[in-house]
Design a protein. Sequence first.
Length: 88
Amino acid sequence: MTDNADTDVPPDATAHACERCGRPFADEEYLALHRGLDHPGDLSATERAAFDDAREREEEKLQRFRLLALGALVVLYFGFLMTYAVVT
């Protein structure tokens, strides 16, 4: 990750800032992921548990996206295959 990445927190939202580097995050889950990835040696037991939970939720979301993307590709492939079969 880059240290100079621009971060935007909406004006009406509460910023969750990292205590170690001061980087703001719009969501507590993003802060937990940041702590675990960028400051792994400094984590307390509760911060480690929050990171593990956030990472697990992120992996579940990513797995769901992969399955949906695969399903869309399969539907698209067979759609083109059926179109080709009808046209020729």
